[in-house]
Structure formats: structure tokens, C-alpha cells
Design a protein around this ligand. Structure first.
Ligand SMILES: Cc1ncc(COP(=O)(O)O)c(C=O)c1O
Length: 385
């Protein structure tokens, strides 16, 4: 009989973090034989050959050890160049950059550096699953910003939630799970609100590359980073290039903040994976426009198939649609997705991403045949009385 007991050993933090919703969804999926899987949160295309070759070359050339805490010189240089070309940032004076173990790694380092227990962070609802847990995991209290029914986290709904304990506002555009892309005016207003109140605006732009033409403004992806450098900009390469398992992201922002994040990186992740960093430096040069056009076409397909039978949030990016369970069915999203499982289709209920359970997340990062089959089944389920 083991003398180790969870009651005696597990800390309070463990009880504060709940993974039951998403775990239930994945466990349910695992019981199915060859499901039509519209629940996946990663691209269905392989890593482009040029990036694979760069990773293999990095191994062959013995780039297998630790890198500097801030990152490998090649990745730092390529990312700085990319951010300069993309959002006009300069790194000479007060801004710095750190390469992180995925976007999640960057978010965690930011929370470690900024939050005290009574401090507040405002996050959107619906949210990417880790957002509400970052407070309990690293200190601080999560304040949910209910973005329904437009699912746009705009300054006018954020401002009333601000208190003198607000330290950060976490925004995600293009958003998981809704696919919503904020406009340049909307992100500018958030930037102005946060900077005027001395609050750190953290923008998670992991899906920036997957912004569809109709959500671009003058050909550009709307980002608060175009307004100024007084914020924390977090991005990742996993979704953009199909290498989520390589754990590669970055954070750019005020030098004093990046210095603290680097301190915590030194004592936690140590550095982002060396091979991924060297390959990542090559990734910015790779043209992904075909993949983006492909996802835009799938987004349109989902919208045209489902909008006659229910409300579908018009997504501007990422690879998700946020679909309402028709009210006439009289069921929650969890109940609806259970019924979908009985018909071999996997989608994720709103309760996993929100305090309300009215919608489900449909990911079209799957093969088109499956997508069409899945849509036909969902449509059929929605048409029933
Ligand atoms: C909005 C958002 N941010 C961050 C992440 C985590 O990304 P990474 O795999 O780079 O840690 C995800 C992954 O699904 C996401 O959807």
C-alpha cells in the first residue's frame, strides 16, 4: 500500500484547475472507430519541406544543445526582421524579444512575471481553454469578459471590467474558438484603453497567418502592434506551419518585461527547443498562401452549409467556426455534441470554452471529404424537431 496520498500531497493549485470538459471530449472521441473528427486544433497539412529540411540540417550540424535563454541568434534575428516588416516594430531601444516554448510558454512566462494573487486579468469568454486557468496556475484572478452575442472583445465591454487590480487584458485575434478577427479600429481602441490605464495589453496572435482576405485591412492583418510597442505581442509558429509539437512561439514587448520573462524561462523551460528554433528561422520565408486560401474556402463551405439551419459566427480567421445549437432542439451544446458522437461526428461543446453552453466549435482542419460528410450529418441533426 502506497504511503503517498493525493489528499496529503496535492497543492491547492491542483484543485483550482479543471480539465474535465476537454478531457471528456477527447475521451469520448477515443471510444470511436474512425470518427469524422471536426474537433482538431491543429492544421491538417504537413510541415513544408523547406522547414523540415532546416530542422534536419540543424540536427546534422549538431545544433542540439541549449540555446541562450532569449533564443537562438538565427531565430531572434529572423523574428525581429519579421516583426519589423509585418507590424513596423523596432528593437533598438525599449523593446525586446524572447523565443518561447510555444505560445503557451510565452503566456505562462508573462503571468509569472506580472501577476500577484489579488491581481486581475481580463480574458474573453468564449476563451482558449488555458486562459481562465492561467490566473489560478500562476497567481491572479481571472475576470471573464462576456463577448456574446458578437463575440468581439471590444474596448467598450472591457472598460467596465477594469479595476485598480487589473494588470492585464488578454485578447486573442483571430480567436479560438470563434474564428473572429477584430478590426484595426477595435484593436487600436483596446491598445489606447490599456495604455491610458497603465494596464498591459497582451495579444495572442497565434493564428495571425490564417486571417482571410475579407478580414484583412488594406491587405494587412489588424493588430494592436501596429498602434505601438507598449504591449506584449505573443505569436507562435505551430499552427502557421503545422509544427505544433515542436513547441515554438515568441513574445515581444517592453524590455523590462521580457527581461523578467527570460528570468523565469531560465528557471523553467530553459530555452525553446534548439532544432525548432533553427527551423523556425527558415519558416518566415515559406509561402503559406495556398493553405490559407484552402482554409478560407472551408470556412465558406461551413458557413454556406450551416447558416441556412442555424446561426454561424462569421469567422475571419483561424480554422474554426462557432456554431449555435438551434434553440428549437431544446438541448445544450454538450447534449448536442453527445448526439453527434452517436453519429460518429466529433465537435467540441461550448462548455469547454465558455461559461455558457449554447454553441459548439467546429474545426475544419481535416480532410475535405470528412468535412462534407460531417456537415451533412450536423445539418440533418439540426433539421430535426
Ligand atoms: C488561442 C491559442 N493560443 C495559444 C495556443 C497554444 O499554442 P502553442 O501550441 O503554441 O502553445 C493555442 C492552441 O490551440 C490557441 O488556440
Amino acid at each position: 500500500m502506497s504511503k503517498l496520498s493525493p489528499d496529503r500531497l496535492l497543492g491547492e493549485r491542483a484543485a483550482m484547475v479543471d480539465v474535465s470538459g476537454i478531457r471528456r471530449a477527447f475521451q469520448r472521441g477515443a471510444t470511436l472507430d474512425n470518427p469524422i473528427n471536426l474537433s482538431i486544433g491543429q492544421p491538417d497539412f504537413p510541415v513544408p519541406d523547406a522547414i523540415k529540411a532546416a530542422a534536419i540540417k540543424a540536427i546534422d550540424e549538431d545544433c542540439n544543445g541549449y540555446t541562450l535563454t532569449h533564443g537562438h541568434a538565427s531565430m531572434l534575428e529572423a523574428t525581429r526582421r519579421h516583426l519589423h516588416e509585418d507590424v513596423g516594430w523596432a528593437f533598438e531601444d525599449s523593446t525586446d524579444l524572447i523565443i518561447t516554448s510555444g505560445t503557451s510558454g510565452a503566456l505562462q512566462l508573462a503571468f509569472m512575471a506580472v501577476m500577484n494573487n489579488a491581481d486581475e486579468v481580463i480574458v474573453p469568454d468564449p476563451y482558449f481553454v488555458i486562459y481562465p486557468n492561467l490566473g489560478p496556475m500562476f497567481g491572479g484572478r481571472t475576470v471573464l469578459c462576456n463577448t456574446s452575442p458578437t463575440f468581439r472583445m471590444t474596448a467598450d465591454i472591457v472598460e467596465p471590467l477594469m479595476t485598480d487590480r487589473t494588470r492585464m487584458v488578454l485578447v486573442n485575434s483571430p480567436a479560438n474558438p470563434t474564428g473572429v478577427v477584430l478590426t484595426q479600429d477595435e484593436v487600436d481602441d483596446l491598445y489606447d484603453l490599456c495604455t491610458s490605464r497603465g494596464v498591459l495589453l497582451v495579444c495572442d496572435e497565434i493564428y495571425d497567418l490564417f486571417t482571410f482576405p475579407d478580414a484583412l485591412e488594406q491587405g494587412l492583418f489588424p493588430s494592436p502592434a501596429r498602434r505601438g510597442q507598449d504591449m506584449l505581442l505573443i505569436r507562435g509558429l505551430g499552427k502557421a506551419y503545422g509544427c505544433t509539437g515542436w513547441r515554438l512561439g515568441y513574445a515581444a514587448g517592453p524590455k523590462w518585461l521580457i527581461a523578467e520573462m527570460a528570468k523565469f524561462q531560465q528557471y523553467t523551460y530553459v530555452c525553446a527547443p534548439s532544432i525548432a528554433q533553427v527551423a523556425g528561422a527558415a519558416a518566415f520565408e515559406v509561402d503559406m498562401s495556398e493553405a490559407v486560401a484552402n482554409y478560407a474556402a472551408r470556412r465558406d463551405l461551413v458557413f454556406s452549409e450551416l447558416s441556412p439551419v442555424t446561426e454561424v459566427v462569421r469567422a475571419g480567421g483561424a480554422f474554426y467556426n462557432w456554431v449555435k445549437v438551434p434553440e428549437h432542439l431544446g438541448c445544450t451544446a454538450a447534449q448536442f455534441t453527445e448526439r453527434a458522437v452517436e453519429r460518429n461526428v466529433l465537435v467540441i461543446p461550448g462548455e469547454v470554452f465558455s461559461t455558457v453552453d449554447t454553441h459548439f466549435r467546429l474545426s475544419y482542419a481535416c480532410c475535405e471529404t470528412d468535412l462534407r460528410k460531417g456537415l451533412a450529418i450536423l445539418k440533418d441533426m439540426m433539421a430535426q424537431d
